[in-house]
Design a protein around this ligand. Structure first.
Ligand code: FAD
Ligand code: MLT
Ligand code: ZN
Length: 470
């Protein structure tokens, strides 16, 4: 292959770490949902911040666009090329440098997966406070870049709340080292917080110092069937008020339960069909978790009288079984086809209205499409997954997101904007907001090298075409 840039990159990272073979590159070029795909110029896999800096300088010199990539589990198309960019994979920068069990901190490479981090931290009775179903592949760098949320946000916050320090490389190759330092530090702008949720458009994150939380030895999981969304919301609010150690309050709907059961062979925990299912988890150092759940159930009106139903897990297997009904939605949906995935937030009080209207918003543009909806109830974060929108993806996206905007929600609660929603940013961010964001982007990446087209449509630019292959 005669691309001169690839030759320069080989000098920096070694021949084996510049992937040009289309078969080997393929896994880096299509996203997890299979909806987004682009042919890269090459995939480069640096092993250190210095190598990342040299790679970015080489790319900037050629005016070549770069797509940073971690575990490629992102759901908005921001981690795969649109066509002709260099994919900069962080997966080789995955070392665990230090775990401080007393302070509850880890210093590690951005390419470390959540699963590997938790395995190592688990030896010290610790884990990351953010957890999500993609834990086996999602990297901590990608999780900071998307400000990932997941299932424990109500207790520990989103990914930005875990960041204590970082190292990152700007588009011009300069390295920002804010890895060490005191927890309290108000000496100027907080650059780490700026990178959280920046989706690879401002800098490449290379190392992180992250807060860890204790692995709590006793946990209890309960699943409820509620007759209406209003009753489910009321239940969630009761649980929040009742428990001071609630760590998850998740929901799904009957169509989603059917789909997961069909996909996994799981049995139905309830005899009848409910309008909304709510899963709670509490976790504690104290062993009385099951007793406390039983007490809570006694306070729920209508439970045991046919107006609501509830079941709780007796052991670890049971907990896993109940969680699977919620967590396996994503893969069950993907096994049915390529979904349009919309991750939105709605003010909690308007959630029932959204659920009433969203199906109409979908079918008015794609009559045979179906929406599978589930998510993080405590955060009023809904994952609207549309199957069968073939050919009407943008129209359906616009229709649902306009409804979200009308209800004063957000078009992205936790997955980011990526390229999937860049056309719709103006629906829930003001022109003033967007002007400030653009100014930040220009200041940090004036040449528009990093992740063009992500967040802002018009940063997309014609990229250097891949060199002709022999
Ligand atoms: P990638 O997909 O590789 O990249 C994501 C974005 O971050 C891209 O824009 C990329 O350019 C940028 N990026 C990646 N690494 C870096 C870096 N080192 N420096 C700068 N930019 C970088 N998300 C949630 O928030 N909550 C969930 O509950 C959740 N559950 C999921 C469940 C499943 C089954 C799947 C497949 C995904 C889920 N996700 C969830 C989405 C996804 O896992 C997260 O967005 C995750 O944070 C992405 O990490 P990654 O390493 O795979 O990043
Ligand atoms: C989840 O909460 O399971 C995710 O964010 C993944 C998805 O939306 O499919
Ligand atoms: Zn989610």
């Amino acid at each position: 292959v005669n691309d001169p840039l690839a030759a320069v990159l080989r000098e920096i990272v070694g021949t084996q770490n510049v992937l040009v073979d289309p078969g080997i590159r393929a896994a880096f070029e299509t996203d997890w949902t299979r909806r987004f795909h682009g042919v890269s110029r090459c995939v480069v896999r640096p092993g250190s911040a210095d190598e990342v800096a040299m790679v970015l300088r080489a790319c900037a010199a050629e005016h070549a666009a770069v797509v940073p990539q971690g575990g490629n589990t992102g759901l908005v198309g921001g981690g795969v090329p649109r066509g002709g960019e260099v994919v900069l994979s962080l997966l080789r920068i995955d070392g665990i440098e230090h775990i401080d069990p007393h302070l509850g901190e880890v210093t590690c490479g951005a390419g470390l997966t959540l699963g590997a981090l938790n395995e190592a931290a688990g030896a010290h009775g610790l884990r990351l406070g953010v957890d999500l179903a993609a834990r086996g592949s999602a990297t901590v760098g990608g999780m900071v870049a998307t400000n990932a949320g997941g299932i424990n946000v109500l207790r520990y916050g989103m990914m930005r709340s875990q960041v204590l320090g970082f190292e990152a490389v700007l588009a011009n190759g300069s390295v920002i080292d804010r890895l060490e330092g005191p927890a309290k530090d108000n000496s100027g702008y907080d650059l780490g917080q700026l990178l959280a949720g920046s989706e690879g458009t401002l800098a490449v994150i290379t190392r992180l110092r992250l807060r860890l939380v204790p692995v709590l030895p006793h946990s209890a999981v309960a699943l409820f069937g509620a007759p209406t969304p209003e009753a489910a919301i009321d239940l969630a609010q009761r649980a929040r008020a009742h428990f001071d150690d609630l760590e998850a309050a998740e929901f799904f709907l009957p169509e989603g339960l059917d789909l997961v059961r069909h996909h996994t062979g799981a049995s139905n925990p309830f005899r009848r069909r409910w309008a909304m299912y709510v899963l709670f988890e509490i976790a504690s150092r104290k062993p009385d978790v099951l007793e406390r759940f039983a007490e809570f159930m006694d306070t729920v009106p209508g439970l045991g009288e046919g107006q609501m139903d509830g079941t709780f897990a007796q052991d670890a297997m049971d907990r896993k079984r109940l969680w699977a009904l919620r967590e396996r939605h994503t893969e069950a949906i993907n096994s049915e086809g390529v979904p349009v995935k919309l991750d939105v937030a709605i003010p909690l009080a308007r959630l029932p209205r959204f659920l009433d209207e969203v199906r109409g918003a979908v079918t008015s543009f794609a009559p045979s499409a179906r929406a599978i909806i589930f998510g993080h109830l405590a955060d009023a974060n809904l994952h609207v997954n549309i199957l069968g929108a073939d050919g009407h993806e943008e129209a359906v996206t616009g229709s649902v997101l306009r409804l979200v905007a009308a209800l004063k929600g957000s078009i992205s609660a936790e997955h980011g904007i990526g390229i999937a929603k860049s056309h719709w940013l103006g629906l829930t961010r003001s022109p003033q907001d967007i002007a400030v964001m653009r100014a930040i982007k220009r200041a940090l990446d004036p040449e528009g090298i990093l992740n063009p087209g992500v967040i802002f449509t018009d940063t997309a630019r014609p990229v250097t075409p891949p060199a002709r292959r022999r």
